[in-house]
Design a protein around this ligand. Structure first.
Ligand SMILES: [Zn+2]
Length: 689
């Protein structure tokens, strides 16, 4: 609910719209669907792709900003990543009761088998193990279906014998049989608890049991009903001799051995906390892991949410509840984050000049805000992930989940900048070259595209959504503009960004060195995407439904038509291929300004007929000939359906007394290398818990 996941792991390109105040899964889907890899360039000096297998692509990312940290801050990052990894095996056991048994056996085979490694069988075994690693268990990380090996039980048994590996009974059989086929079964009309393989509930526990334990008539009652505790979040519910009881995840409880390791690292982290608020929060998290007490969990979340100063932040605990068919139990996850210093600087410059941007915008005077306040938008760079957040990662996170804390204290919403960047760069420059009109367009995109995107994001988020005001007496847009409210709002925020992207002001503010080139790259990218490239996300014959895709098309389409008489954007056909080439950037800037003025008028007046005409006229229907052409041209770029990441490895350097003096960052060469190293260094749980 509060996690923004990239759908199907397709390469992402635009950081736009990631924190548009929407955090549910549907919004997450939308966000991921609008991003596209055509806008980005290849990172010349860094290879983001590790390897590809089955439906998976494994990528790597860089920890931007790590070198800018003090040694003390670097230690904090290191301790937090170690705390995260120490709990890795909890996620495996939470996902399925046989996962650790199976993984340990498969890893032993993989490390020790000395027989034929050229056969299809072996290749299939290796691929299966990689898929299991990627999913933190034997069920697909996204579809939840049990993975099907392409080898048979007899072959696996020969490997087990050859490597002296023990794997028998249910744990062996379940790899091949039809038991526990779904990790999470949300089907209607079945007992979801009993039918889900996930290990949150012991054998024999049913939906009715869970309802009787936590429901209205159950025993779990919060002392303060206005601050309901998150019952069930950190335990397994089992039935012993017919009696339901919780096995709590805590020191001395379920997963205690791993949790003690986490506590040890958090303790070190607390010792190098950046400030008192951060230290207090870490102390409460330690106490929570020690006691499993849910009041402490809430106290921790309040403290964590309030701890906003500092360059480093983190997520660590049992958090998202998607893997529980009934939504009580949290999956273990961690993300360690470093502030994106460059982006934060840009945001603060834009925010500090918000009133100038408002005053100088093409809005009608009565629609301008007299006192505009920039929206806060936070970008961080990931330094390490574990548990449910790895290898498959979110691209943004908005926590805590408890609604009463969100209302009373607020929440933290962040975009994971280097993860988004790595997705984008892994796409390569093939699509850019296919859809760009000429060499100049390609060169501008490669040199300035990334900066243009960053600035567009900053302008869209910080001043775009903050700009403008409703006329007195006009209702909120969800009432006046109804189903078109969100596409109008996203388009309007895009237009604020577009209007100022081609403006000397950005150079005056020191945000760019060459405002014209950055502006051209931004306009090229927007038009290329809005009129053509984004259609690769759509099946032929379908209308555009998604709000952001719609706004990109109606903004681009309206601008194209508006400038047609003067050939502002030219439709070019060359060798049977269509291109859109911008001939006059200055005029396009003015057209964007006109459309911005009009969209603000629609919003301010609540003009439903106008927004309907705009969106239905330009944003919904797709030119079928162009769509077919785009899909044909795109077919050459094959991409795995899902992506995830290996983590950079932080290696401390020490003096001869063992004191940490610095860190080197190593990138894993292969996925297997990292998985085997994690198994070796962070296996703190027995196979059966
Ligand atoms: Zn937005």
């Amino acid at each position: 609910m509060m996690k923004i996941k990239p759908i199907l792991g397709l390469a992402l390109a635009s950081t736009l719209l990631i924190s548009c105040g929407k955090t549910n899964e549907k919004a997450a889907k939308e966000v991921a669907e609008v991003v596209t890899d055509v806008k980005k360039k290849v990172a010349i000096d860094f290879d983001h792709t590790v390897e590809q297998f089955a439906d998976i692509k494994v990528l790597r990312y860089q920890i931007h900003g790590f070198d800018a940290l003090t040694l003390k801050e670097q230690k904090l990052v290191y301790y937090l990543t170690q705390a995260g990894l120490a709990g890795r095996d909890m996620m495996w056991d939470q996902n399925y009761r046989h996962n650790l048994t199976i993984r340990k056996a498969l890893e032993n085979v993989y490390a020790n088998y000395a027989g034929d490694k050229t056969s299809d069988n072996w290749n299939n075994f290796e691929e299966y193990l990689k898929r299991v690693w990627f999913s933190n268990g034997i069920h697909h990380h996204y579809s939840n279906a049990k993975l099907t090996p392409a080898f048979d039980q007899a072959y696996l048994e020969t490997l087990l014998v050859a490597t002296n590996t023990e794997l028998k009974g249910d744990a062996l059989a379940v790899i091949f049989n039809d038991k526990d086929v779904k990790k999470v079964n949300l089907a209607k009309g079945v007992d979801n608890v009993a039918e889900s393989a996930v290990n949150f509930y012991g054998p024999g526990v049913t939906n009715a049991d869970v309802e009787s334990f936590y429901g209205k008539n159950g025993k779990m009652i919060s002392p303060d009903t206005k601050k309901p505790l998150s019952f069930g979040l950190n335990s397994q519910l089992v039935k012993e001799a017919g009696v339901l009881k919780e096995r709590v995840y805590k020191s001395g409880g379920l997963y205690g051995a791993a949790i003690d390791q986490i506590i040890g690292w958090l303790d070190k982290a607390q010792g190098v906390a950046e400030n008192e608020a951060q230290g207090t929060a870490l102390g409460l998290l330690i106490k929570y892991y020690q006691t499993g007490d849910l009041q402490t969990w809430d106290d921790y979340n309040v403290a964590w949410t309030a701890a906003v100063d500092g360059n480093i932040d983190y997520i660590n605990s049992f958090i998202e509840v998607y893997n529980d068919p009934l939504g009580y139990r949290g999956s273990y996850e961690t993300v360690v984050q470093i502030k994106d210093f460059d982006m934060s600087e840009k945001m603060s410059v834009v925010s500090g000049n918000a009133q100038w941007f408002e005053d100088n915008s093409p809005l009608m005077d009565e629609h301008k805000k007299k006192n505009v306040v920039g929206v806060t938008y936070k970008v961080v760079n990931v330094a390490g992930e574990a548990g449910d957040a790895s290898p498959s990662t979110p691209i943004g996170v908005n926590l805590p989940n408890a609604n009463w804390i969100r209302t009373a204290v607020g929440s933290k919403s962040v975009s994971l900048g280097n993860i988004i960047g790595a997705y984008a760069n892994a796409g390569g420059s093939g699509r850019l070259k296919e859809f760009a009109h000429d060499e100049e367009e390609i060169a501008l995109e490669e040199e300035y595209g990334q900066l243009a995107d960053k600035l567009h994001t900053a302008l869209h988020e910080v001043i775009g959504h903050a700009s403008g005001q409703l006329n007195p007496g006009v209702g909120e847009t969800r009432e006046t503009l109804k189903n078109y409210a969100s596409t109008l709002e996203e388009g309007r925020a895009d237009l604020v960004g577009l209007y100022y992207l081609y403006d000397t002001k950005l150079q005056e503010l020191g945000l760019v060195k060459d405002w014209e080139k950055v502006g051209k790259a931004a306009y090229d990218g927007y038009i290329r995407n809005g009129l053509m490239a984004q259609l690769i996300r759509l099946d032929l014959g379908d209308d555009i439904e998604e709000a952001h895709m719609r706004n990109r098309q109606w903004v681009s389409g309206w601008a194209y038509e508006q400038g047609k008489a003067e050939n502002v954007i030219e439709k070019v056909t060359r060798d049977g291929k269509t291109y859109f080439n911008i001939n006059d950037y200055k005029k396009l800037h003015d057209i964007f300004g006109q459309l911005l003025r009009e969209t603000q008028r629609i919003k301010s007046e609540g003009d439903f007929n106008a927004v309907e005409a705009l969106v239905e006229g330009y944003g919904v229907k797709v030119d079928q000939a162009i769509h077919k052409e785009v899909l044909d041209r795109n077919a050459q770029f094959k991409s795995a359906a899902y992506s995830g990441f290996v983590n950079p490895v932080l290696v401390p350097t020490t003096d001869n007394t063992g004191v940490i003096t610095g860190f080197t960052i190593k990138q894993p060469k292969t996925f297997s290398e990292q998985m085997l190293s994690y198994a070796k260094n962070y296996s703190f749980l027995p196979a059966v818990n």
